[in-house]
Write a protein that binds this ligand. Sequence first.
Ligand code: 5AD
Ligand code: SF4
Length: 455
Amino acid sequence: MCLTIPGKILEIKEGKATVKSSRETTQIDLGLVFGAKKGDWILYATNRAVKVISEQDAKEIIELLEDNYHPVNIDNLPKKFVDVMEKIRNLNIEIRDLKGKQRGNKGGTKGDERESGGILKGDIEYLLSLTDKDCLETLYAEANVLRKSRIDDFVCIHGIIEFSNYCKNNCLYCGIRKDQNIQRYRMFKDEIVETAVNAVDDEGYKLLVLQSGEDEFYTDEDLIEIIKTIKNKARVFVFLSVGERSAEFYKKAFKAGASGSLMRFETSNKKLYEKMRPDKTLDLRIKSLEEQKKSGYYMASGSLIGLPGQTLEDIADDILMIRKLGVPMISSGPFLPAKGTPLYEKGIHKGFKGGTQGLIELFLKYIAICRFVMPDVKIPVTTALETLDPESGRHRALLAGANALMFNLTPDRYCEKYQIYDNKYREREKVWQKYGLFKGEESYQMLEQRMNSLF
Ligand code: 5AD
Ligand code: SF4
C-alpha cells in the first residue's frame, strides 16, 4: 500500500486529466475513476488516478506532508556545517550521475569511489552532534528534498502482526525478554492467517510483517505453513521478523513465499552488543543477515539509538554498517526503557542527554543522515518514535527523510501484551490509512516493481 498524492483536476481530455498538486502539474490516466470532473480533487499515484476525494480530505493529506520550515539565513550557519552539507550534496550528485552512467555503461568507477569514500565517519559524528536549531532545520530540509527528488511523496504503508510475545532470549533492553514477569500469548496459526488475510481483503495492505520474540514453540514447519497459507489466500508480500533461525529455515521460508526479513543488528559496537544481548555475538547476527540476503530476502536492518553506553561514534558506525550491508530498507528506532528490565532498574534511561527531546532529535538526525548516505533506501517510521512523540513523530520523521509507515495490526486482545517498551504507541487515528488505502492490483504492482528494481 502506498500513500498517494492529492491533486486538483484542471482539465479532462480523452480519458486523461491534467492535475495540479503541490509539487507538479501533470497529465494522468483516469483509468477506472469514472465520473471525475474538472475541479474535483483526486488521489493519484505515479500517473494513474486512484479515487475522487473531498477538498477537505485533500487538505488534510497535503498538511501531513507539508514542510513548515522557517527560512534559514545560510550566511549565519557555521562554516564546518556548510562544508559538510556541500560535500553531501556533491556526493549525491555523484551517486545520481553514476546511476545514469550505469544504465548506458556498466563501468563507471569514479562514482563508485565517491560512493564508498565521499562522506567520512567524522562528518557523520559531527552531524549527529548538532544542536543549533538553524543547522537542524537545514539538515532535515535537505534530507526531505532528497527524499522528494529520489522517491517522491509516495509513502508506503506496511502492517505488522506480533503473533507471539514469548522469547528465549534475555536482551537487557527488551520488555518481553525471557525473565520478564509478564502475561504471555501465542496466536494460533489460523488466527495469524485470518488477521493477515483480513488486513489485505478489508484494508488493502500489500506488505505484512510477521513478528515475534524468538519462540521455538513455532517450528520451522509451522512458520512455513503459515506463510504458504497466507500466500495462497491473499496477494501480499510477507516479511518475517522472527529472529535468528537456521539458514535452512530461511531458505525454505523464502521458497514458501516469504519475500523479506526484518532483523536489526541492534548495535555495531561488539562490546556493547555482547553486554546488551547475553550469550549472543554480533558476528553471528551479521552472518545470519548475510545468509538471508543471499537467499534472496529483501532485508531490513538497523540499530537501536540511545542505548546506555552508546556513543555518537557508535551511531556513526551503525549508519556505515547499514550501508555496508547494502540493505534496501532500514529498521531502526530509539531505545525506550521498559519496566522490569535491567536497564530500567538501574535507571540508566533517566540519564539520556537532552531527555526525550534530545532522543527525538538524535533519531531525526540519524534518519536524515541515512537518507544522505543511502538516498534510495526505504526508511519506515518506527512505532518507538511515535511513542516518544505521538503528536508529530510521524510527520517530523517524514520531513527528515523517512518514507514509509508501519501500522500495528496485532489484534487488540494481544496488542497490549507486546510491550517491548513501556507505553507503546498504538495508532488509533486512521487518517494515514485513509489516504494510503487503495485496493486492487495497482499498488501491489508498484511495490513489486520497486522491490525488483533494487535487485
Ligand atoms: N526500546 C526500543 N526498541 C526495542 N526493541 C527491543 N526492546 C526495545 C526497547 N526497549 C527492538 C529491538 C528489536 C525489535 C523487535 O524491538 O531493536 O530488534
Ligand atoms: Fe527477544 Fe528480540 Fe526482545 Fe531480544 S529484543 S529479548 S530477541 S524479542
